[in-house]
Design a protein around this ligand. Structure first.
Ligand code: GLA
Length: 550
């Protein structure tokens, strides 16, 4: 069965074989809550969970939307009982799981649990998947058990999945996650399904295939590396680099996201040790610009009042929870800065500026920098961190401290018109070790007149995408010329028109060849391969399913 054929953007034709998700309509805005993993790993008991659940309520964070308390790995024993049932670890949960779930519900919160689609969890505890040496999976029995406890949210990890002989890993993962989604629909309780499958394929060509099918089975998915967990031996070790890394890979995947189907950039560790307040602001603002799930993972009892105020900032949270659920567009990326724009319901936009550098950064943005035209274009500006309102402003100006992110909501006045579809065109450079943790290494930008370069935020790296399928920079159009792509005067030729696919290919409409870029150097046209890194691009306004044209 063909799942999705080509989805073309730029006002182009769209053809789907199937709707993206046949699952019940859950999590129509990104899930929010708390999970123990990034702070405690396996070092928790029922008391730890309940203390954090109470802190969610006491701090007011629950009332701001952080409403789901999820117990991650290590809650169970390594083996099942003689009936084949999971066993709750009696040292951690002496009274079993039911009273813990009931206490969480009694606080007005939802209850989430962790399992694994393989034979064992990542921590080596009993998984729901088929046994190591074959045997039946336990998806349905385990889902029934979870439903009997009142589970509202399941995170299903992907360690220890064994491909059947002769099948690829992707197929084995798909079968397991599909089986869980079928099981969840049978248990008579709506359970949000968080899938970790894509994370096991990050950096491989299969990644994009997995990102296509997870949308059918669950509401959110982890697509990459874990954010750095708290380390009691070096509590002050900075974790900001790991937050930047997760932000970088998540930002490239907007086209897979739509309300009810969320990319999950992993936990919010802001507020915990290893993250400054500026970095905490950055994580919440960037996750909100991406409409990423907001799952706190810290010791909530130790959050400072300043951190609680940041994490509970109502105005920023409305950007995350905006009903359109759009991923921000990367308008510009330089070594120091990312400029992001996100359309919101009701004709407003969120603007975010990340200062990833270790020095303060002064910025001044005119409407044209955000894609708006018209000399008389003005914005009503709301600074979401300070609360300041600036009616009818002609520029956004700020001085952004090191590692901080400023975020505003703007309402353009009538003279602005709709913004152009404008911004950077990027590709991922695979196999960059996470330890480099530098956006400039992870992404490259397409630069006029036809090169791939380090992202530098120059005018040559800003592209306008027209509904007719042209990619323009400096008023010229990216054109296939022989086996290369370069700028030429815009005309009616099909060699200047491009079709964009869900897999990220830019296909020339004249030659049907794919735009191909090395990590650095001349753009070329080559036969389209299957998920070839040099042929996978992220475009401004990188929506597919979110366009409402299923
Ligand atoms: C994986 C996941 C983490 C956490 C651990 C538990 O690493 O990505 O979020 O669930 O497993 O073992």
């Amino acid at each position: 069965m063909k799942f999705i054929s080509i989805l073309a953007l730029m006002g182009l034709s769209v053809c789907f074989g199937q709707p993206a998700s046949a699952a019940p309509r859950l999590a129509m805005t990104p899930p929010m809550g708390w999970n123990d993993w990034a702070h405690y790993q396996c070092g928790f008991t029922a008391q730890t969970i309940l203390a954090n659940a109470r802190a969610l309520v006491r701090t007011g964070l629950a009332a701001r939307g952080y409403d789901t308390v999820t117990i991650d790995d290590c809650w169970m024993l390594k083996s099942r009982d003689r009936h084949g049932d999971l066993q709750v670890d009696p040292r951690r949960f002496p009274d079993g799981m039911r009273p813990v779930a009931a206490a969480i519900h009694a606080l007005g919160l939802k209850f989430g649990i962790y399992e694994d689609a393989g034979y064992a969890t990542c921590g080596g505890f009993a998984g729901s998947g088929a046994g190591k040496d074959g045997g039946q999976p336990h998806f349905l029995a385990d889902a029934r058990l979870f439903a009997s406890w009142g589970v509202d949210y399941l995170k299903l990890d992907g360690c220890n999945i064994q491909p059947a002989t002769g099948t690829a890993g992707n197929a084995a993962y798909r079968a397991a996650y599909q089986a869980e989604s079928i099981a969840l629909r049978k248990v008579g309780r709506p359970i949000v399904f968080s899938e970790s499958a894509p994370a096991y394929f990050q950096g491989t060509p299969d990644w994009y295939d997995v990102l296509r099918w997870v949308r059918r089975y669950g509401q959110l998915w982890r697509e990459g590396t874990d954010v750095h967990v708290y380390d009691g031996k070096q509590p002050e070790r900075s974790r900001f680099g790991s937050v930047m890394w997760n932000y970088d890979y998540n930002l490239q995947l907007g086209r897979f996201q739509t309300p009810g189907n969320w990319n999950d950039a992993d936990f919010i560790i802001g507020g915990d040790r290893g993250m400054t307040l500026a970095e905490t602001r950055s994580q919440l603002a960037l996750w909100s610009m991406m409409s990423a799930p907001l799952i706190l993972s810290s010791n909530l009892d130790q959050l400072s009042p300043e951190a609680i105020a940041i994490l509970g900032n109502r105005a920023v949270l409305t950007v995350d929870q905006d009903p359109l659920g759009r991923m921000a567009t990367l308008l510009r990326r330089s070594a120091a800065m990312d400029l992001l724009l996100k359309p919101l319901q009701g004709g407003e936009y969120a603007v975010g500026v990340l200062n990833r550098s270790p020095a303060a950064l002064a910025i001044e943005l005119a409407p044209r920098d955000l894609g708006f035209s018209g000399a008389r274009c003005r914005f009503d500006v709301h600074d979401l961190w300070t609360g300041a309102q600036h009616p009818s402003a002609a520029v956004l100006a700020a001085r952004i401290p090191a590692h901080d992110t400023d975020i505003w909501k703007i309402r353009p006045a009538g003279a602005c018109g709709a913004p152009a579809r404008m911004g950077a065109i990027t590709r991922i450079v695979p196999n960059v070790p996470q330890s480099r943790q530098d956006s400039r290494d992870y992404t490259r930008c397409v630069a006029a007149p036809g090169m791939v370069r380090e992202c530098a935020g120059t005018a040559a790296q800003i592209w306008r995408i027209r509904p007719n399928g042209t990619l323009r920079s400096a008023r010229e159009c990216l054109t296939q010329i022989g086996d290369r792509a370069a700028l030429a005067r815009c005309g009616p030729s099909a060699s200047q028109r491009w079709t964009y696919t869900l897999l990220g290919n830019l296909i020339n409409r004249s030659s049907h060849l794919c735009l191909t870029g090395p990590a650095s150097g001349q753009l070329a046209l080559r036969s389209c391969g299957h998920n070839v890194a040099s042929q996978i691009w992220t475009l401004p306004n990188d929506v597919t399913v979110g366009s409402g044209r299923r």
